[in-house]
Every structure is written in C-alpha cells, then in structure tokens.
Design a protein around this ligand. Structure first.
Ligand SMILES: NC(=O)C1=CN([C@@H]2O[C@H](COP(=O)(O)OP(=O)(O)OC[C@H]3O[C@@H](n4cnc5c(N)ncnc54)[C@H](O)[C@@H]3O)[C@@H](O)[C@H]2O)C=CC1
Ligand SMILES: O=C(O)C(=O)Cc1ccc(O)cc1
Length: 288
C-alpha cells in the first residue's frame, strides 16, 4: 500500500472549510485519521455522523499532540488565538496550516509563535459558499478551484511542498504569492463584493415607504447578486477588520465608480452610460 500523505490530521474549526478539506482528502485516500476540534458539541457529533471526521475532541491541546498536519479553519481573528494554544503541543516535524481569508494579519500574528521543529504554512482556498458548519461541508468543494499559499522566507520548503500536495489531492490548483498581494487581490475580488452585497440588502430592505417588505418582489437578479449576503456575520466582521486598509481602498474606488454612474444618470448622459454598461458587460462576459 502507498504511504498516506497525511496519516493523522486535526481540523480546528470543523465547519464548511475544514470539513470539506477532510472529506476531499478522505475521498482522495490522502489522509488517515481525522480528528475534529470545535466549540459546539452538536456540530462535532454531527460531523462524525456525516463521516466528515473520524473522532472529535474539545481539548485542542490534546487533539494536536499526535497530528502530522493541523488545519486551522476558525474565523480569522480566532486563528492566532487557537495557534497560540496548540503550537506548544505539536510534535516535532508537524505542520500547522490554515484556510483563513486574510493572510498578512494571520502571518504576522502566528509566525512569531512557531517553535523550532514545527512548521507553519499559511494558505487560503479560493472556494466556499454562503453556508456554515460541518453540515455544509462537501468533498468536491475544492475541485478545479485555486488555493493560494503565502509562504514567507521563514517557511520550510518541505512543509510547503506537503501542503501543496494536500491541496492538489483535494482537487485544487495551487499558486503561491506574497501576503500583501494576496490581501489586495482578495479585497478586490471577494471582500468588496461581500460588503456591497450586505450593503445592498440593507439599503433595499430599509425602504419602508410601502408598509411591506419589498424584498419579496425580488427576481433572479437580486437573488443572484446578494446570495453572499447570507454568509456568516462573524466571519465577515473578522475579514473586514483584519484586511481593513486594502478593503477601505477598494470601497473608495467603488464609491468613485458609483458616483460617476450617479452623475451620468442625473445628467442624462446616454452615451457615457451606454459605454459604462458595455465596458462592464464585456469584462463580465469574458469571465464566463
Ligand atoms: N466560507 C467560505 O466560503 C470560506 C471561508 N474561509 C475561511 O475559512 C475559515 C472558516 O470558515 P468556514 O468554514 O466558512 O466557517 P464555519 O462557521 O463553517 O466553521 C468554523 C468553525 O469554527 C468553529 N469555531 C469558531 N470559533 C472557534 C473557537 N474559538 N474554537 C474552536 N472552534 C471555533 C465554529 O464552531 C465552526 O464549526 C474562516 O477563517 C474563513 O475566513 C476561506 C475560504 C472560503
Ligand atoms: O460564496 C462564495 O461565492 C464565496 O465567495 C466564498 C468565499 C468566501 C470567502 C473566501 O475567502 C473565499 C471564498
């Protein structure tokens, strides 16, 4: 029998991201025993029943002691807190890696805590849904998607290689980039759209001029555009606050674009409006 890539893995935060990684690696035959750690007992019990994890523990320190890989998948601000708790209990040669949506903050907080002999490889799968918890996890989440790893000069090459192979086994194409570039790209392509979706739902729902909830009249467009406003509020609070500068920059750019649109509508600038919509349509069509 071929050696397993990861004989023992511990997932801290057994939700959509950690649970889906466990399922994908199981399906690929890349992992042996998966231990889930979390706060909610019901979620952990359900994760075992669904076959997402093999066993669970609410004692994070004990649960990492024999792990070859520890995957952190709690909300962003909690990641360094959990890392601080478990790093001193990891065995020599073990790898700590994560799936957090923001990287500069996490790397700055976690890297100084890593003891000699243990390795940290920061990562972020660019795949997800608006759903949360182990019940939302599925094995094909990472299939044909990208995963970004953000190694630093301190990152161990062999550990980086193993984490790369882990995400490839889960079905993803792995790319590497520096933390700053990662956070700027994600602020644009993921964090801004979530802020706009949340703001749009609130803007429309706050219109109470008609004495009824006008959201019930929403057609496909509103629903497609705002699906991500159903995402977990605590997860997005953490992302907004830890990628603050890059996100504020993108919100500023978006405000300017909206102001330009508003002005053209106010001034009845038909050519300008047409070209604005055309430019956007061509870019969006090219994405399909
Ligand atoms: N949801 C998405 O589409 C994506 C999320 N991410 C990132 O992955 C991470 C996890 O997100 P999801 O799996 O979506 O969230 P989730 O809510 O499905 O899972 C998070 C799990 O962490 C647990 N948890 C929270 N605080 C904890 C603590 N202090 N100690 C132990 N467990 C704790 C929760 O009970 C939950 O089971 C976040 O950092 C997020 O930014 C990355 C890519 C996509
Ligand atoms: O639901 C969607 O379409 C997403 O955009 C999911 C997502 C959320 C956060 C990430 O860091 C990456 C992907």
């Amino acid at each position: 029998m071929q050696d397993l890539l990861i004989p023992k893995m511990t997932v801290i935060g057994t939700g959509l991201i950690g649970g889906s990684l466990a399922l994908a690696l199981k399906a690929a035959g890349a992992v042996g025993v998966v231990t889930g750690v979390g706060r909610g007992l019901a979620n952990l019990q359900q994760a075992v029943e669904l076959g997402v994890i093999d066993r669970f523990s609410q004692d994070a320190e004990a649960a990492v002691a024999d792990a070859d890989v520890v995957f952190l998948s709690t909300p962003v601000k909690t990641l360094p807190v959990m890392a601080a708790r478990v790093l001193p209990h990891m065995k020599p040669g073990a790898i700590l890696t994560d799936g957090g949506s923001v990287k500069e903050h996490i790397v700055a907080e976690i890297e100084p805590l890593v003891p000699a002999g243990v390795h940290f490889v920061p990562g972020h799968p660019i795949a997800g849904t608006e759903r949360s918890g182990a019940v939302a996890a599925f094995a094909s989440l990472y299939q044909d998607r990208r995963c970004i790893l953000t190694p630093t000069e301190r990152t161990d090459t062999k550990a980086l290689e193993l984490v790369r192979r882990m995400w490839q086994a889960a079905g993803s194409e792995v790319v590497t980039m520096d933390v700053t570039k990662h956070d700027r790209i994600l602020a644009a392509i993921s964090h801004l759209p979530h802020m706009v979706a949340y703001a749009l739902v609130n803007a429309v729902a706050s219109d109470d001029r008609y004495g009824e909830d006008i959201l019930k009249y929403s057609a496909g467009g509103f629903r497609d555009f705002t699906r991500i406003a159903s995402s977990d509020p605590s997860m997005w609070r953490d992302i907004a606050l830890t990628n603050r500068e890059a996100l504020l920059d993108m919100i500023g750019g978006f405000e300017s674009m909206l102001a330009e649109l508003k002005q053209d509508i106010a001034d009845g600038q038909d050519d300008s409006l047409f070209n604005f919509f055309l430019r956007s349509k061509e870019r969006r069509d090219a994405l399909l």
